[in-house]
Design a protein around this ligand. Sequence first.
Ligand code: DC
Length: 227
Amino acid sequence: MSEPQRIPVIAIDGPSGAGKGTLSRLVANRLGYHLLDSGALYRLTALAAMQAGADLGDAEATAEVARHLNVRFDAAGDETAVILNEEDVSNAIRTEAVGMNASRVAAYPPVREALLQRQRDFRQAPGLVADGRDMGTTVFPDAEVKIFLTASAEARAERRYLQLLEKGEKVDMEALVKDIRDRDQRDSERSVSPLKPARDAYELDSTELGIDQVLEQILNRVAQSRQ
Ligand code: DC
């Protein structure tokens, strides 16, 4: 008997601020696929641990929070509301403080283990676009297309600066570049699922490209993989 056809996954990995979130949403919309924002799960774990007063330096205590996350993603039009314990935390998980703590808890093996199946459960017909750091290497190693999206630290800091400004958060550009470099380093040097391209990933540097150009390249890649 032949193997049943696997539900296709398009893995989009890369460092913070490379544009994965925007691009993943656009690709998912174009293909009519589901979307997994795996970073949101690490952010939610950090936020839930902070709210519960858990010790973020304790891997096991944080993993316990991850195992019991009571979370729901409510798709409403173009946006997806993130609901934690019946509270809308869509904005709360996007602050710099939660981002830094997310990067910290994401380095704990038991936290990654706790979130693994939750991520795989997003793989539903007709397909999934998975946005993260280890989608192509660990969570969906059999993904149909693997993209590793990068941009220079300066370009990423500038995009982040504009986003934060739009939200009314004032930040110092130099501090932002430093934060991005620190986070890259921590995400790349951790022992479990470090940020690195899968062997079969297509590396795409978006420093000099507009969103439309990156989208086109990704969609071309998907079309090629189906020929
Ligand atoms: O993509 P993001 O900035 O929302 O991710 C938040 C943090 O979670 C980031 O520091 C890296 C970590 N992360 C991870 O380790 N693995 C993933 N698949 C997604 C995010």
